[in-house]
Design a binder for this molecule. Structure first.
Ligand SMILES: [Zn+2]
Ligand SMILES: [Zn+2]
Length: 353
């Protein structure tokens, strides 16, 4: 048995998203079926829809920042009941027995996690061989890969926490950002604006590093203590050797050397935006002052739940602009231009009208 689902899909790298009907599996004993209320528009959705990473299967249904209510549960589900507010992020399955999965780091599964969209559907139960994402009215997910969304968070503004939120929260936690540290957030978009909010809530001294004075002022409203303009070479030189940690959210390849030089001895810069070659890396900047550069990918299920609970405690959500499903193609074009503060979220009720 399957459930018929309505959504939006693209059918080629150059075509727009259009209405699309497909099937989800009926809940197995460990599954939760969710009525999707909201889904964020992540930059990865756009890269994938347009096949910019060369791995997209068509038809392609994007969306991995999903918030909804539990509509049905399998008879073995223990964590959720019908009506609960829940979320689904970037992964819907993993091998569950490798070292990473055993530590709750399913995003680093040695056997490859199953992405929420455009990935091999290893569970099956439908004629489709790939996973379809959250630009749809329902999704069926194993309860291990479902998150509880705290009731005090506005559901639409909580949706982007499932990707943009955890992508920035996880490295800040892993590198133990906290009071007494000077932390730079490089770039102010969907990721950067969450980085500013989290680093501020964790008690760090937060510096927004951006090319744009306007964005600098916006970042101050989000919790940044200072602004460093990366095009101001005098200011960049004066700030060298002063940062404990840098969260680099620049979404494209770039010269990392000017940023590495900002780190103190033993400081780290973590790249979360550019899934492509970085242009230049000078070993001298690593060797002198024992600096590190690393990357970080979203978060595992336990840490994603911890992030949502942290957001509940500090009243943190994303700044969003709501959009109707039929306007998603316009939202894509505006996202590519950086013309959104800071995330589009699709109101799935608009699918019905
Ligand atoms: Zn994403
Ligand atoms: Zn695994």
């Amino acid at each position: 048995m399957t459930i018929n689902v309505r959504g939006y899909a693209t059918h080629s790298a150059t075509s727009e998203l259009v209405p699309f009907t497909f099937e989800r599996r009926d809940p197995r004993p460990s599954d939760v079926m969710i009525d999707i209320l909201y889904c964020g528009v992540c930059h990865s959705d756009i890269h994938s829809a347009r096949n910019e990473w060369g791995w997209t299967h068509y038809p392609f249904v994007p969306g991995h920042e999903i918030v909804g209510r539990v509509a049905a549960i399998g008879n073995g589900v223990s964590k959720y009941k019908v009506g609960d507010l829940v979320g689904v992020g970037c992964l819907v399955d993993s091998c569950r027995h490798c070292a990473s999965c055993n530590e709750g780091l399913e995003q680093y599964c040695d056997n490859g996690f199953t992405g929420t969209y455009n990935d091999e559907d290893k569970i099956g139960g439908t004629p489709h061989k790939v996973t379809f994402g959250g630009y749809s009215d329902k999704i069926t997910v194993d309860e291990r890969f479902v998150l509880r969304v705290p009731d005090n968070l506005a559901p639409a503004a909580a949706a982007p926490l499932l990707c943009a939120g955890i992508t920035t929260y996880s490295p800040l936690r892993h590198w133990k950002v906290g009071p007494g540290q000077k932390v730079g957030i490089i770039g102010l978009g969907g990721l950067g604006h969450m980085g500013v909010k989290f680093a501020h809530a964790m008690g760090a001294h937060v510096v927004m590093i951006t090319t744009s004075p306007e964005k600098g002022q916006d970042a101050k409203k989000l919790g940044a203590d200072e602004v460093l303009l990366s095009k101001d070479t005098n200011a960049m030189t004066a700030a060298q050797n002063s940062f404990d940690f840098l969260l680099n959210t620049i979404p494209v390849g770039h010269d990392v050397d000017p940023y590495m030089a900002l780190l103190k001895r033993d400081g780290s810069m973590v790249v979360v935006g550019a899934v492509e070659p970085l242009k230049k890396v000078n070993g001298l900047l690593f060797i002198f002052r024992r600096r590190s550069m690393a990357g970080s990918l979203i978060g595992g299920l336990p840490e994603t739940q911890e992030m949502l609970d942290f957001c509940s405690k500090y009243n943190i959500t994303c700044d969003i602009e709501m959009v109707a499903m039929k306007d998603v193609n316009k939202a894509y074009n505006r996202t590519v231009k950086g013309d959104v503060k800071y995330r589009f979220v699709i109101d799935m009720a608009s699918l019905k009208s």
